[in-house]
Design a protein around this ligand. Structure first.
Ligand code: SF4
Length: 320
C-alpha cells in the first residue's frame, strides 16, 4: 500500500483497529525469531484509560502481549545493548528525582528513537495535581528525540495503531504545531460534521433532548477542535459524541477541559465559532430575495419584451 493510499484510507476511517493491529503484528514479526522494532510502553500514574481501548480488543491484545515491553513504575531500565525503542508514555510521572518511576522514565527517554505521548495526561500534562512532570517542558525538553502527541480523553486506539504502522512503514508522520499527526488532527470537527448545514443555517438545538441537530448553543467545541471523530467515529465506527447528542468537548485540544474558562458546555463566542449573526443571516436572506426578485424581474421583462416583439412582428407581418 502506498503512503498516499494508507493516509486516504485512514482519514476516511476505512482502516479498522482490527486491520491495523493485524498489519502491525505482521510488520513487527518480520525479523526471524524477533521483532522488527523495539517497543516499550511505560505507564505512570493516572494511566490505563488510554490503553484499555486497545487491550480490550483481542486481536490488539495478542500483539501487545507478544511484542511490547510494558513497564509499570517498578519496571526495568534499558540494557546497555538495548535497541532504541519506540517509547510510548501514558499517564503522569512524578517530578521527584528519587522516585522509581521518574528514574525509569529518565533512563528510557534518552534511549528512545521516537516518543509517543498517549492521552491528555502525558500529551498536555494538564489537570493533574502538583508533584508531576510537565512532559514537554521538563522530561523531554533537553532530549533531541522526535515527540508525537496523541491527545484525547481517552486517546483513540486507532490513532496509536495508525501512528505505529506509519512509523514502521513510512517513518515519522507529518505533525501539526502541537506535534499531533496531521493524518488524524488535520481537519476541524465541524468541517466534517453531519450537522454542518444546520450550523450554517443557524438552526441550533436549543436544549438537550429537543431534537437531533447542531449543538453549538449547548457548548459544542467542534469549531475549534481538530480530530477525525466525525468520519472514523468510536466503538468500531458505530457512533461519536455529537452523533449521540453530546456536544464535542474538544478533548484533543491543549485547552481541554477548561477551554479558557468556558468549560465543557460553555458556548463559544460567535466570532470564535465564525457564526453569522441573526442579522447577517437575515440580511443575506433579504439579499438573496432581492437577487431572486431581480432575476425574476429580468426574466419577466425579457419574456415580455420577446412577446411584445413577437406580437409586433406578427402585427407588422399582418400589416405587411
Ligand atoms: S457546532 Fe458541533 S454539532 Fe454543530 S456542526 Fe459544528 S461540530 Fe457539528
Amino acid at each position: 500500500m502506498t503512503r498516499r493510499e494508507f493516509l486516504r484510507l485512514l482519514s476516511t476511517g476505512a482502516l479498522s483497529t482490527a486491520f491495523l493491529s493485524t498489519q502491525l503484528g505482521e510488520l513487527l514479526a518480520q525479523e526471524e525469531g524477533g521483532q522488527a522494532e523495539s517497543l516499550v510502553w511505560l505507564t505512570g500514574h493516572h494511566s490505563q484509560t488510554h490503553s484499555l481501548g486497545l487491550v480490550g480488543q483481542s486481536e490488539s491484545f495478542a500483539f501487545l502481549g507478544r511484542y511490547f515491553q510494558r513497564l509499570e513504575n517498578e519496571g526495568e531500565e534499558p540494557l546497555a545493548d538495548q535497541r532504541p525503542p519506540i517509547l510510548i508514555l501514558e499517564g503522569s510521572f512524578a517530578d521527584d528525582a528519587l522516585e522509581r518511576g521518574n528514574q525509569i522514565l529518565r533512563a528510557w527517554v534518552p534511549r528512545a528513537k521516537v516518543v509517543v505521548l498517549l492521552g491528555n495526561e502525558a500529551a498536555f500534562s494538564k489537570e493533574q495535581p502538583g508533584g508531576y512532570l510537565d512532559m514537554m517542558g521538563q522530561a523531554l525538553s533537553e532530549v533531541p528525540v522526535p515527540v508525537i502527541r496523541l491527545p484525547g480523553s481517552p486517546a483513540q486506539p486507532r490513532h496509536l495503531l495508525g501512528v505505529l504502522n506509519h512509523l514502521l512503514m513510512y517513518g515519522l508522520p507529518e505533525l501539526d504545531e502541537f506535534r499531533r499527526p496531521k493524518m488524524f488532527f488535520g481537519t476541524l470537527i465541524c468541517d466534517r460534521c453531519e450537522y454542518r448545514g444546520q450550523f450554517e443555517a443557524g438552526d441550533y438545538v436549543q436544549y438537550f433532548g429537543e431534537k437531533e441537530g447542531c449543538l453549538y448553543l449547548l457548548g459544542c467545541k467542534g469549531k475549534v477542535t481538530y480530530n477525525d471523530c466525525p468520519t472514523a467515529k468510536w466503538n468500531g465506527g458505530i457512533n461519536w459524541c455529537v452523533g449521540a447528542g453530546s456536544p464535542c468537548t474538544g478533548c484533543s485540544e491543549p485547552n481541554f477541559p477548561d477551554h479558557l474558562s468556558l468549560g465543557l458546555y460553555g458556548q463559544l463566542s460567535h466570532r470564535k465559532a465564525g457564526v453569522a449573526s441573526g442579522w447577517v443571516r437575515h440580511a443575506e436572506t433579504l439579499a438573496y430575495g432581492a437577487l431572486g426578485t431581480t432575476v425574476v424581474g429580468l426574466g419577466v421583462h425579457q419574456g415580455a419584451k420577446r412577446s411584445v416583439a413577437r406580437y409586433r412582428i406578427k402585427v407588422d407581418e399582418e400589416e405587411i
